[in-house]
Design a binder for this molecule. Structure first.
Ligand SMILES: [Zn+2]
Length: 330
């Protein structure tokens, strides 16, 4: 298999091409984006500070923080409370597949920081995954992408923000993840092609899932009037300057034992995403890892090692048994 010499994307990535040095078109695309004058997509720092000043103390909560229990979101919660001096409401969303430790990480941090937190259960999302896994779409797009069609953490966070009269939703998205969100509307050819293909599959999948009455509630669009700002403290503060290890330690944060790729904080379905990704050559965590590499947030060799890590068959079997699906039929 041919891999990019800079990131870990391979020859099966949609619309990828390689130059004579073996560097891929996605890496070149990112260089172009970074040199673009509109690189600073989000509101600038002074507008951001103005917004914080307006919102601070206006309501019971100043903002919502959507947490996964991972390092970035727990550190974000810390920064929002201790550095930005806001009073947040931390929320975590359960799709029934959270791995042990994710909720505990949010709970511990919230209690240590003296902030309120809530856990929201959306059990019906499981039915959506089941239909996806039993359809041909499992061969075309990653399970993580499909999940975005259901009630997603961001959609829920926005809804809660409106209910609480709050204007800001924070995530723990790093700079590399910010670029990921940004390139969707970029006019750079390779990505546009990829996005068109992506959008077509997503639209078809949505139509397909829409046939099932039992999915009506989880596929419905949440009203979005654009009044809620979704951002991350890591677009304004330098996470590297903070003593992350000692802060996380003081907040009782622990690394999740079973999550794919290793050292991540993804739900139990991440193993299934990785398995299907390998079997049907659907891009998944290699896209995220490649962005982290380009941003110097991860070493290429380390990324490759984690991405290729063996998926324990027992874990896969355990997850699939919850859907009554046999691994051989997948
Ligand atoms: Zn590359």
């Amino acid at each position: 298999m041919k891999y990019c010499t800079k990131c870990i994307l391979n020859e099966h990535t949609p619309f990828i091409s390689f130059d004579c040095k073996g560097e891929c078109s996605y890496c070149h695309e990112q260089e172009t984006i970074e040199s673009d004058k509109d690189f600073h997509l989000y509101t600038n720092k002074s507008d951001f500070n103005k917004l914080l000043a307006e919102e601070r103390g206006k309501n019971k909560y100043d903002c919502i923080v959507a947490c996964s229990g991972g390092k970035d979101s727990v550190m974000a919660l810390y920064a929002i409370k201790k550095i930005l001096h806001l009073n947040p409401l931390a929320i975590i969303f359960s799709n029934q597949f959270l791995v042990k430790g994710m909720v505990e990480n949010v709970q511990n941090a919230a209690e240590k920081l003296g902030v309120d937190w809530r856990l929201y259960h959306y059990n019906e999302v499981k039915k959506g995954f089941e239909h996806f896994l039993k359809s041909e779409f499992r061969k075309q797009i990653s399970l993580c992408d499909a999940c975005q069609l259901f009630i997603s953490p961001i959609k829920i966070a926005k809804k809660i923000a409106r209910e609480e009269g709050v204007k800001i939703v924070f995530t723990g998205a790093t700079m590399a993840q910010r670029i990921g969100a940004m390139t969707k509307n970029s006019t750079i050819p390779t990505h546009q092609k990829y996005s068109e293909r992506y959008r077509t599959v997503m639209n078809n999948l949505k139509k397909y899932l829409g046939q099932f009455n039992e999915l009506k509630d989880i596929l419905s669009e949440v009203d979005d009037d654009g009044s809620i700002v979704v951002t991350s403290p890591w677009h304004y503060l330098n996470q590297e300057r903070l003593e992350a290890d000692s802060i996380l330690n003081s907040l009782g944060w622990k690394q999740i034992k079973h999550s794919f790729p290793p050292k991540s904080t993804n739900c139990e379905l991440s193993f299934l995403t990785a398995y299907l990704g390998r079997k049907y050559k659907v891009a998944n965590y290699d896209i995220t890892f490649s962005r982290l590499i380009r941003f110097g947030e991860m070493d290429r060799q380390e990324a490759m090692k984690r991405f290729k890590k063996r998926i324990p068959p027992s874990l896969l079997k355990k997850t699939l048994s919850k859907f009554n699906i046999d691994v051989d039929t997948l």
